[in-house]
Design a protein around this ligand. Structure first.
Ligand code: 13P
Ligand code: SF4
Length: 434
């Protein structure tokens, strides 16, 4: 089966039927590095990008102009020379053209552990997005350099909650609830941040008795938080928060949305007093694309289909699916299914197409028939990989150099590690079937 990049090229050349959400996806990502800050083509292309989002400088011409085969040989040669000095981690949503070089491929929880378990590497090259590279920096040794091959690979959902707005929300909630614990010693509210957030927000959680979660352990983490608090302030993804809390039996009327642009997040004091989980107004534009109509169409076309989606999808989509869980849960469920199974998958297209290629004994397709990858994962390309790896190797004229280092300042890193270590100490819960 063709990779997502090849599929998009074929669609745009008119030699394959189908539709991509943006024809610009057929262009190499460096086309978008120089122009006004934007998430680039793909699912997040219409999201508002913060002024402060990191930008990527111009990729040298030798990488922009190299053919795919030249880049392939240069990456292999650099990796061979570097050996154990470098480890390459890739998220499941990365393009196949990058994943093929990875030493470890996984979901964000697994990659956080992989970063921790690579003590011999001097450099960790992270083929994922900015918050994942920050997390790798937090969990690796101080002398290990974490490298994000393209600094424009952010995450639009992570950008929907910034430290100032969360501090403002915290202050307002503090005025409303006070700070005293109840008779059973539980504080009024515990902050929980999804892994998909800046290190600054992880640090905020570490400082305020809170914790980090990923989609593979959100339920265990919320249980941890409810042992210590009467309520949870959950950011930035409202859908992961809502889906997890619903699975734990919390009713929707006890999950108000917090809109950071409005006083008390747009809620009455009574609503916030009754709240169990206050959901930040954030979402993932990749997973927002999945709909009930797509599920109905999949069921009509394939009556035997199992619909399996990521918990960043809306609650209506999750409720209508047969199963939901983290990317790792999706992979494991498909791997364990009897031959001849049919799956309609609601998650990022690079993972879905890779699964379809890896498990030819099944019928596997994406719920959304428009090809629309994550805009920021798309910003990593073999050209940038060759660039950072060859810089690490160095030449006779140019000493070895670390490019695009992601380093979290100690003032943030120390509390952020506390919140991450709390998470790593909770047992990841199994994803829930519905
Ligand atoms: P996982 O935590 O399942 O890897 O998901 C990360 C992500 O970015 C999903 O959009
Ligand atoms: Fe962020 Fe969504 Fe992309 Fe994941 S898929 S990195 S949450 S924009």
């Amino acid at each position: 089966m063709a990779s997502v990049d090849t599929t998009i090229q074929l669609i745009e050349r008119g030699t394959m039927p189908g539709q991509a959400c943006a024809p610009e996806l057929a262009e190499p990502p460096w086309t978008f590095d120089g122009i006004a800050p934007t998430y680039g083509p793909g699912a997040s292309m219409f999201d508002v990008i913060p002024e402060s989002a990191p930008r990527q400088g111009e990729l040298p011409a030798t990488y922009r102009e190299a053919t795919a085969s030249e880049l392939h040989h240069r990456i292999l040669a650099a990796k061979e020379t570097l050996g154990d000095r470098v480890v390459l981690l890739a998220h499941f949503y990365q393009r196949d053209e990058v994943v093929q070089y990875a030493d470890f491929v996984g979901d964000s929880f697994q990659l956080a552990n992989a970063a921790k378990a690579s003590p011999r590497a001097e450099a960790i090259v992270f083929a994922g997005v900015h918050f994942m590279a920050e997390t790798a920096d937090l969990l690796s040794r101080p002398d290990q350099a974490v490298i994000l091959p393209n600094l424009a690979a952010g995450c639009s959902m992570a950008d929907m909650a910034d430290l100032d707005s969360v501090e403002e929300a915290w202050e307002q909630l503090g005025e409303l609830y006070g700070t005293s614990a109840d008779a059973s010693g539980r504080l009024p509210v515990i902050p929980v941040t999804y892994m998909n957030s800046s290190a600054a927000l992880k640090g905020f959680c570490g400082e305020h008795g809170g914790i980090v979660c990923t989609s593979s352990n959100a339920e265990a983490v919320l249980a941890w938080a409810f042992e210590r608090g009467q309520r949870v302030l959950f950011f930035p993804d409202q859908h992961l928060g809502r889906n997890t809390a619903k699975a734990m039996g919390i009713r929707e009327e006890h999950m108000p949305i917090w809109n950071p642009r409005r006083r008390l997040g747009g809620n009455s004091p009574e609503t916030l007093t009754d709240a169990r989980v206050i959901l930040w107004h954030g979402f993932c534009s990749v997973h927002k694309r999945f709909t009930l109509d797509q599920i109905a169409r999949a069921r009509t076309a394939h009556p035997e289909v199992r619909v399996i989606v990521h918990p960043e999808c809306t609650a209506t989509v999750v409720d209508a699916a047969d199963a939901y869980g983290s990317t790792d849960f999706i992979v494991r469920t498909i791997a364990a299914a009897p031959a001849g199974s049919t799956f309609a998958v609601g998650t990022e297209i690079n993972l879905v197409q890779r699964l379809a290629a890896e498990f030819p004994q099944h019928t596997i397709f994406c719920l959304d028939d428009v090809v629309c990858p994550c805009s920021t994962m798309y910003r990593i390309h073999p050209g940038y990989l060759a660039w950072v790896l060859e810089a690490l190797v160095g030449t006779a004229e140019r000493p070895s150099e670390v490019l695009n280092r992601i380093a979290v300042d100690d003032s943030v890193a120390i509390p952020a590690r506390i919140a991450l270590e709390r998470m790593l100490a909770t047992r990841p819960g199994e994803a829930v079937s519905v």
